[in-house]
Design a protein around this ligand. Structure first.
Ligand code: PXL
Length: 281
């Protein structure tokens, strides 16, 4: 069985970060060890959330694992709570990565043209260092602009997105940009592989509703898909389709909460796709 470590926060309520990665990876037949970066009462879109930064725990956890010869097939990072924490996460990567460990970084710090509330304008400069350790970097459009010092555009065309991907590839060899849309009917992701020069685009239906935590669902599914032996491009398709399935389930429920998607209802769909990928090793 493949084992990954997921480095991101626990938002006790809100359906994001670890509370999404754990069930998604479990359904995909992948063991998910965790390094929690912070404990928050809710995600940061709620007012007055509490937050306990766990930066000082990260390296002791990693050192203990190292002493136990823990082997990781992948390490994924997501929301990080402070600039100091980005430095600790870089050290955790350096300590725990083996030659064949896949590093997947989601620079979860911004959306819709704006940094999340807790972050100062210089935070992307710190996050860049984490991104430079990635084998696969998975930003949304806002994060991609912040990481490449590109003015944000809410209505990108294909030339803009290709150029953004190319600029991002200075940070990591493979890049997947999420939330890509060139018209009113389609939404998906676009990837770029610096070594082959190949772009890949995959769209599915665009549902006109925005939900929180969909980026975390996408990245967890992408990582799980790659651990199941899918190529990056196959994993992108699966992640787009599963994220859409989660949004469909949420929109079908008039009593759905505002703060996150009902991914739980879509997990059986994901389990079915997992069967199609063959047994996890
Ligand atoms: O979904 C990204 C995310 C993760 N963790 C926390 C967040 C957010 C987005 O706002 O606030 C705590």
């Amino acid at each position: 069985m493949k084992r990954v470590a997921s480095i991101q926060d626990i938002s006790c309520l809100g359906r994001c970060s670890l509370t999404v990665a754990l069930p998604v990876l479990a359904v995909m037949g992948v063991e998910c060890a965790v390094i929690p970066t912070a404990v928050l009462s809710t995600h940061t879109i709620f007012p007055d959330f509490t937050c306990r930064d766990l930066t000082d725990e990260l390296l002791p956890i990693a050192r203990h694992w190292k002493s136990q010869q823990v082997k990781l097939d992948a390490i994924g990072s997501g929301y990080l709570a402070s600039p100091r924490q980005t430095e600790a996460v870089c050290r955790v990567f350096d300590l725990l990565r083996a030659e064949d460990t896949l590093i997947v970084v989601d620079p979860a710090m911004a959306d819709h043209g704006r940094l999340y509330k807790p972050f100062a304008p210089d935070f992307p400069q710190y996050m860049k260092k984490v991104c430079q350790r990635a084998d696969v970097l998975v930003p949304n459009l806002t994060e991609a602009c912040l990481l490449t010092d590109t003015p944000y555009r809410g209505d990108p065309d294909e030339a803009f997105v290709r150029e953004l991907l190319r600029k991002l590839s200075a940070l990591a060899p493979r890049v997947v940009l999420t939330g890509v849309s060139f018209d009113d009917e389609h939404l998906g992701a676009m990837s770029y592989d610096r070594d082959t020069g190949r772009y890949f685009t995959y769209f599915n239906e665009k549902i006109h509703a925005t939900f929180h935590g969909t980026g975390d669902i996408f990245t967890a599914t992408l990582l799980g898909g790659m651990m199941q032996g899918r190529t990056l491009e196959e994993a992108v398709r699966l992640a787009v389709d599963f994220t859409l399935e989660c949004i469909r389930c949420t929109c079908a429920d008039p009593a759905a909460s505002w703060y996150g998607v009902e991914f739980e209802k879509a997990l059986p769909w994901l389990a079915e796709q997992t069967g199609k990928a063959g047994s996890p090793t």
